[in-house]
Design a binder for this molecule. Structure first.
Ligand code: SAH
Length: 357
């Protein structure tokens, strides 16, 4: 589809806004706007041709003045385990990634909130390209709609865990989640926001008092190690961050997820595990252990051996800290954050499907 600057983009607008727009711009009854919302969000329709209960004349008019989606699909990779990763092109030519992760009991998506990222985590592929801009609410929910079209089952869970730092784009991120809640019917309990630890924004999110799961990318139990791999730690240290997570639990009653990326010889020693266990004692939480998904970095980080991961986990278990190990998916499709886009910018990637047009 060619991008026409004068067209109104419908994804990102609520049912109420679409009703208003149908009445004022199209001169149609407001319920036509509600029908549009149903097609766009509940049925993930990509274009007006599919909207068969709208009069043909109205659909013709719609094609002239509006388009459904702000983003176009520019590449898709399918993993043998069922994960699907998409690269979407935004109207301004920038690109972001999103991933569909089908499990037996749920279908999750991982969405981006910014083009690039300013946080500079030393192990992250996205960080290496720097920050470009925030995504709009429409550009965020549009990722889910693209993935829904590629999924055989309905999406049940949403994680803002793709490219970018969601808490530095909090209003747009929350607008997108509210649309998913109101227009698609996904419960806030099935939504997760993952953060490097922007402490004042954790309190701002808590103030909304929504039952959204907060995932904190902790990755080290002490300031020295953490500051070395996550520059943000120089602003908000480990103890301040863990206190913010505790306070988030006190307000929302949602158990905190601490993400813990394991880098060989950096943060994966038994001492780190003991220190982590003592820092998290009494915090209602779950620790998600993530062995480094290898990307080339200036520091030459490596993935720890399975035995080391097992020992790290055993120490937390013994201390009564609940752990999970990320079920790793899509290894064959560069599912780690930023990898697909990184490759796409550099050299061609093998594509299984390519967007038409
Ligand atoms: N900015 C947010 C969300 C995006 S990153 C945050 O930092 O939480 C999502 C998760 O992927 C974070 O836990 C991040 O630390 C982790 N991550 C980044 N690069 C990774 C890699 N190469 N291997 C494994 N996890 C990685």
């Amino acid at each position: 589809m060619s991008v026409n600057e004068t067209q109104t983009v419908l994804v990102g607008q609520s049912r109420a806004q679409l009703r208003e727009w149908a009445a004022t711009t199209l001169g149609e009854p407001a319920y036509r706007g509600a029908q549009l919302a149903k097609w766009i969000y509940e049925k993930a329709a990509a274009d007006f041709d599919a909207m068969t209960d709208l009069p043909a004349a109205m659909r013709t008019r719609l094609r002239e003045v509006a388009r459904v989606t702000p983003n176009t699909l520019s590449a898709t990779q399918r993993s043998r385990d069922g994960a699907i990763k998409c690269l979407l092109r935004l109207a301004d030519g920038n690109e972001v990634e999103c991933v569909l992760l089908p499990y037996e009991e749920r279908v999750s998506v991982c969405l981006s909130t910014q083009v690039g990222c300013a946080m500079g985590c030393r192990f992250c592929a996205t960080a290496q390209g720097g920050y470009t801009r925030n995504l709009t609410a429409g550009e965020i929910i549009d990722q889910l709609l693209h993935l829904q079209r590629l999924s055989e089952r309905r999406i049940t869970h949403v994680a803002l865990m793709g490219m970018g730092e969601p808490l530095l784009n909090l209003e747009n991120a929350l607008d997108a989640l509210r649309l998913m809640h109101d227009e698609i019917g996904i419960g806030y309990r099935r939504m997760t926001i993952s953060t490097v630890g922007i402490v004042p924004k954790i309190y701002a999110l808590a103030e909304r008092n929504l039952p959204i799961t907060l995932a904190v990318s902790l990755h080290a139990p002490d300031n020295e190690t953490r500051a070395q791999i996550m520059p943000v730690n120089r602003k908000w240290g480990v103890d301040t961050l863990i206190q913010a997570a505790r306070d988030y639990f006190e307000t929302t009653r949602r158990r905190i997820t601490f993400e813990y990326l394991l880098l060989r010889g950096v943060n994966d020693t038994p001492e780190h595990a003991h220190q982590l266990a003592s820092k998290l004692r009494g915090v209602p939480c779950l620790v998600n252990l993530i062995p480094f998904n290898y990307v080339p970095t200036p520091d030459g980080f490596q993935r720890p051996e399975a035995e080391r991961v097992r020992r790290f986990r055993a120490i937390l278990d013994a201390a009564g800290i609940e752990t999970t190990q990320r079920v790793e998916r899509g290894h064959d499709i560069d599912a780690a954050c930023g990898q697909l886009r990184g490759k796409h910018l550099g050299k061609p990637i093998p594509l299984l499907t390519h967007a038409k047009g």
